[in-house]
Design a protein around this ligand. Structure first.
Ligand code: FAD
Length: 470
């Protein structure tokens, strides 16, 4: 139905960038079509990313708590086991409910949904090979590329999604591997490593760089790594994988120090390759219409999300910036606002980052290292959850809040939280930074007692004055 009539907006890709852009465009009164090849909306995030990983993180955490923490709370039972098929089924149910939910939102907002693979035939026409095996041409005055990203492979390591898996395979292993090797200590590797580690795998993380999650504040990172090590995750940093042999029953990896040197071997039943993601534009025909990309394949855009071709825009993982779902969503809304003749805005300095392990690590703004590099005079205020009454009451008091504020003005520059629910706690800080708050602003804001959020208030007190409870 969308084929012949011209749309105001055509979105290629139905991930968090694309589907949000499509809904927003329709809400602004623009005639909108969204093209998605996967057969389900929600993109990487909903189908094989954020959502299924959080489902498994929660389920595996419940098992781990039952095994290691319930007895401390006086809850005892005689038998405990993992029913992996049931665990995977609950994850799949969450995913399919949510993808269908987005289809419902498309209907409600009158977004036309075309299921198929889109490629440009001109800057205002997209040819779609539909899932039903037909071809249709979708026309649009404005076209938004929201084709996202894909797993980055490693030279010499072939992903078969059985023994050598990407994050996608790691979300659906049919058995709990005895030994899991994770290549890459970014947040995806640590989250998936945590899932299988909690379920019983021996997990070794091999990382080329000298640190896990390089973007993290150094002090927080040190405590975070120690916490993961306490959970029996092993780390081999400054190490590169130079060979992978899958001819035997399991996998034999050949490793070498990053700086060169003597080789060692490491055995695994399953290897997870999580060495980053790469923008996905294959088969899109960018060359045909002249859309420019940078040297790593990301589509270059200006501050209004416009590509080098008039009428063609790009958002989300396929353009430079943090490869995160909420960033893609912000891009989508702002891009459509520009198209509709309004003003859009995304503050890339205030995109929060969360690692959903246990404890979680969440941050917004600058790390202490970044502030040092900028040469700004600053103060740091910290507060440990060991001194927070709610965390003690529930016997879950690992971690801390760290606030970095400019010395002269007390303006908050960065907030870093490691705690069981840091991903929720961080948003008070995100809002504070958004409003240019000082640490005293947070410290003088009444926080309900007893809550974990009080640790943020106390860390704020510690930044410009003294905390009460330590
Ligand atoms: P995508 O979600 O990749 O969507 C692009 C869509 O476009 C895809 O569905 C694809 O099928 C479709 N497409 C591509 N080309 C075409 C074409 N030519 N025609 C039609 N359709 C096409 N981010 C977070 O913020 N929080 C998390 O907790 C988190 N966890 C993650 C866990 C894992 C295991 C992974 C892999 C990623 C995770 N991410 C997380 C990252 C997040 O998934 C991405 O940042 C986000 O999905 C990017 O959104 P997007 O819309 O730009 O692209």
């Amino acid at each position: 139905s969308s084929g012949s009539e011209e749309n105001d907006v055509v979105v290629i890709g139905g991930g968090p960038g694309g589907y949000v852009a499509a809904i927003k465009a329709a809400q602004l009164g623009l005639k909108t079509t969204c093209i998605e090849k996967r057969g389900a909306l929600g993109g990487t995030c909903l189908n094989v990313g954020c959502i299924p990983s959080k489902a498994l993180l929660h389920s595996s955490h419940m098992y781990h708590e039952a095994k290691h923490a319930f007895a401390n709370h006086g809850v005892k039972f005689s038998q405990l086991e993992v029913d992996l098929p049931a665990m995977l089924a609950q994850k799949d149910k969450a995913v399919s409910n949510l993808t269908r939910g987005i289809e419902g939102l498309f209907k409600k907002n009158k977004v036309t949904y075309v299921k198929g693979y889109g490629k440009f035939i001109s800057p205002s026409e997209v040819s779609v090979d539909t899932i039903e095996g037909e071809n249709t041409v979708v026309k649009g005055k404005n076209i938004i590329i929201a084709t996202g990203s894909d797993v980055k492979s490693l030279p010499g390591v072939t992903i078969d999604e059985k023994k050598i898996v990407s994050s996608t395979g790691a979300l659906s292993l049919s058995e709990i591997p005895k030994k899991l090797v994770v290549i890459g200590a970014g947040y995806i590797g640590l989250e998936m490593g945590s899932v299988w580690g909690r379920l019983g795998s021996e997990v070794t993380v091999v990382e080329f760089a000298s640190d896990i999650v390089p973007s993290m504040d150094g002090e927080i990172r040190k405590q975070f790594q120690r916490s993961l090590e306490k959970q029996k995750m092993k780390f081999m940093l400054k190490t590169k994988v130079v060979g992978v042999d899958t001819s035997g029953e399991g996998v034999k990896l050949t490793l070498e120090p990053a700086a060169g040197g003597e080789q060692t071997t490491l055995e695994a039943d399953v290897v997870l390759v999580s060495a980053g993601r790469t923008p996905f534009t294959s088969g899109l025909g960018l060359e045909k219409i002249g859309v420019e990309t940078d040297k790593v394949g990301r589509i270059t855009v200006n501050e209004r999300f416009a590509t080098s071709v008039p009428g063609v825009f790009a958002i989300g993982d396929v353009i430079p910036g943090p490869m995160l779902a909420h960033k893609a969503e912000e891009d989508g809304v702002a891009c459509v606002e520009f198209i509709a003749g309004k003003e859009g805005h995304v503050d890339y300095d205030l995109v929060p980052g969360v690692v959903y392990t246990h404890p979680e690590v969440a941050s917004v703004g600058k790390t202490e290292e970044q502030v040092k590099t900028l040469g700004v005079e600053y103060r740091v205020g910290k507060f440990p959850f060991m001194a927070n009454s709610r965390a003690k009451a529930i016997d879950n008091a690992e971690g801390l809040v760290k606030i970095i504020a400019e010395k002269e003005s007390d303006k908050i520059l960065g907030v870093h939280i490691m705690s069981p629910n840091a991903g929720e706690l961080i948003h008070e800080a995100v809002l504070a930074l958004q409003y240019g708050a000082s640490s005293e602003d947070i410290a003088r804001t009444c926080h309900a007692h007893p809550t974990m959020s009080e640790a943020l208030k106390e860390a704020a007190m510690a930044t410009y004055d003294k905390p009460i409870h330590i």
